[in-house]
Each structure stands twice: as structure tokens, then as C-alpha cells.
Design a protein. Structure first.
Ligand code: FPP
Length: 249
């Protein structure tokens, strides 16, 4: 029986963030080049996005390329950028068919012009869709994001628009790439690594973490459902006690 049938559709996390890890190791196991693993990873992306939409997830954020990934061998970076362009271009009609809206976060101006253009076109073409929002984190790192938020707040203070005493969580949120997006309730990382690797540090403050040994190219919607079920069996206390939570029910 599919895990899907056991999911409580009233308690599905509205936002799931995923660190898609293990493409390189998966390819090595097959005796192939690392980029082959990234190509296979696209099949997992397609399946997981479809699966998330089927159970009513509203946002899914995929860590597709980190700021640190620019330090990989040029051949791999170039191949990843080409893969992004070809995937976004090929998948846009399907995104529209499935009512998926594409968005992106990160230092997007640092992407190659062809990649940025394809991305912006797809974001534009899918902007009216009302189902799942697929957010690609590209050239993204949380420290970069927080640093730029701090700089923008400093400018507001310098201009006299904001006083240092008045700076609140809301001001910080306003300058994050995710200002329009609710924080993820669930973060999944594949490949057995237990790190968050500079991903959504602010936004994951109260998220539940789910780690699986599966390598990303082997991860499918059924694995997503298993993670959602695991999430639904946890008690989210937000700093309160179990008793307080029962009283407010
Ligand atoms: C991490 O595995 C994966 C990446 C850095 C790239 C992920 C990109 C894709 C799956 C393509 C996505 C495309 C779209 C359109 C979203 P790794 O290379 O670090 O694996 P390793 O840890 O085994 O070396």
C-alpha cells in the first residue's frame, strides 16, 4: 500500500524544503560521470514535484545550486547550468499543465545570462498558476541572504527611515528572498548527510528535519510521502510543553 493513503491531508506541511544530495555518489556507483547523476536527479525532481502537488503541498523549495557550488570544477558547473536551462525550457509546458508556479531565490544575477533568461521566461509563463509553487534556490546561500538583508537594513537606518531600536523580525523577513513565502515546516536531506549546508538558516528555525540514506536520483514521491508521514507523527511544540499544547487543542 502506498504511504499516500495514510497521509492526513488536513495536516500536510504547506512548505517543504529539500537538499537534493548524492547525485555524484549515485553516478559513481553506476560507473558514470558526476553529471550523469545530476541528469538522473531531474527525474526525481519531476516525480517529487508531481507527488507534492497530489497531496496539497503549497510550496516546495529545492536547493539546486549553492553559492559554494561555484567552486566545483568548471566542467561540472557548466554542465549543471546547461542542465538547468534545458530542464526549465523542456518542463515549462508540464508545469503549466500541472498548474505549478515557478519561482527562484538566490543571487540570480550571478547566473549565466542564458540561464537567467530561461528562468525568467518560465517564471513569467507560469506566474498565473495557482497550485504548487516550485521555488528553485540557485546561487543561493543563507549567509549571503542574511548579509544582504543586514546591509539593506543598515541603509534604512542611515537614511533615517528606521531606528536601530525598532528593528524587528519582520524587518529582517522583509529583506529575505523568501519574504512572500511561508517558512518550511519540513526540511528533507537525502544521501545520509546530517547538515543544513547554508540553506534557509533563518526560515528553518522551527522546521522538522528528515534525513534519509537514499541518494537523490533514487528518491521518488513515495519517499516524499514517507517523510510527510514521519513529520505528521511528530509533536511540534515551538518551545512550549506537551501539556500546554493539549490544553490549547
Ligand atoms: C548535490 O549532489 C546536487 C547538486 C549540487 C545539484 C542538484 C541539481 C539537480 C538535481 C538538477 C536540478 C534541476 C532542476 C531544474 C531543479 P552532489 O553532486 O553534491 O552529490 P555528492 O554529494 O554525491 O557528490
Amino acid at each position: 500500500m502506498s504511504h499516500k493513503n495514510s497521509i492526513d491531508l488536513q495536516k500536510v506541511p504547506q512548505h517543504i524544503a529539500i537538499i537534493m544530495d548524492g547525485n555524484g555518489r549515485w553516478a559513481k556507483q553506476q560507473g558514470e560521470s558526476r553529471i550523469y547523476g545530476h541528469y538522473e536527479g531531474v527525474n526525481s525532481v519531476r516525480d517529487v514535484v508531481e507527488g507534492a502537488g497530489e497531496v496539497g503541498v503549497k510550496y516546495i523549495t529545492l536547493y539546486a545550486f549553492s553559492t559554494e557550488n561555484w567552486n566545483r570544477p568548471k566542467e561540472e558547473v557548466d554542465a549543471l547550468m546547461e542542465l538547468l536551462v534545458s530542464t526549465i525550457s523542456a518542463e515549462t509546458p508540464q508545469l503549466n499543465k500541472k498548474n505549478v508556479r515557478l519561482q527562484a531565490i538566490g543571487n540570480l544575477d550571478s547566473l549565466p545570462p542564458a540561464c537567467l533568461q530561461e528562468l525568467n521566461e518560465s517564471i513569467d509563463l507560469t506566474s498565473k498558476n495557482t497550485g504548487l509553487t516550485l521555488v528553485l534556490a540557485l546561487s543561493y546561500s543563507s549567509k549571503w541572504e542574511l548579509l544582504s538583508a543586514v546591509k539593506q537594513i543598515a541603509v534604512d537606518v542611515k537614511k533615517g527611515i528606521l531606528s536601530p531600536d525598532a528593528i524587528s523580525e519582520e524587518h529582517i523577513k522583509k529583506y529575505l528572498c523568501t519574504k512572500q513565502i511561508p517558512d518550511p515546516e519540513l526540511m528533507i536531506r537525502t544521501s545520509g548527510e546530517h547538515r543544513i549546508s547554508n540553506f534557509l538558516l533563518w526560515q528553518l528555525a522551527y522546521a522538522e528535519f528528515y534525513f534519509t540514506e537514499k541518494l537523490w536520483p533514487d528518491f521518488r514521491k513515495e519517499d516524499l510521502y514517507e517523510a510527510i508521514l514521519n513529520y505528521q507523527n511528530r509533536e511540534r511544540r515551538f518551545g512550549k510543553t506537551s501539556e500546554q499544547l493539549t490544553q490549547t487543542k
